[in-house]
Design a protein. Structure first.
Length: 167
């Protein structure tokens, strides 16, 4: 598989400049950063949450862990993490576990972590486990400009101790 057809159509329709960075197979966003040789804090991962009525796609750096307490405080919700089986039916043109950070393409509201606004470049899954979409700061902000953003995550302790994650 390659880039999600819906994601590709959306990026082309919006007209933002992007590139595809191919890499060897990976299972997590942190692994993707390592095998693609990009700073892990610039790889945005999608985390799907649900509050009993609504799904929400949260975008945080791969070096971070979503904090549901912060998300719930910011949204007034009672969100929980979604099980993998629930995700596959929403992102049916993506490989399991390779969810792109553009929930709006799938009809999901998005909230992204404010720290991503400081990144010169942002990478995220393209819908498979062997390529990342690369956007410069302006393109990322254009795609996320209308989406909610606030602090919803914190860097994980294991990442703080690993200098390879922020090179």
């Amino acid at each position: 598989m390659s880039m999600s057809p819906r994601i590709e159509a959306h990026l082309d329709r919006v007209g933002v400049k992007y590139s595809i960075l191919n890499h060897s197979h990976s299972n997590t966003s942190l692994q993707s950063a390592r095998v693609a040789h990009v700073p892990a804090n610039q790889v945005a991962k999608a985390v799907i949450t649900h509050d009993g009525e609504n799904y929400r796609l949260c975008v945080v750096p791969s070096t971070h862990r979503i904090e549901l307490q912060l998300l719930n405080a910011a949204t007034g919700g009672n969100f929980r993490l979604v099980k993998e089986e629930e995700i596959e039916s929403i992102f049916d043109d993506c490989e399991p576990g390779a969810v792109p950070a553009l929930g709006q393409v799938y009809g999901l509201p998005v909230v992204w972590d404010q720290c991503l606004a400081d990144m010169k470049d942002v990478y995220f899954e393209s819908g498979d486990h062997e390529s990342l979409i690369h956007l410069d700061h302006g393109a990322f902000m254009e795609l996320m400009g209308l989406q909610a953003h606030c602090v919803i995550s914190h860097q994980t302790d294991s990442v703080r101790r690993d200098p390879e994650t922020t090179h």
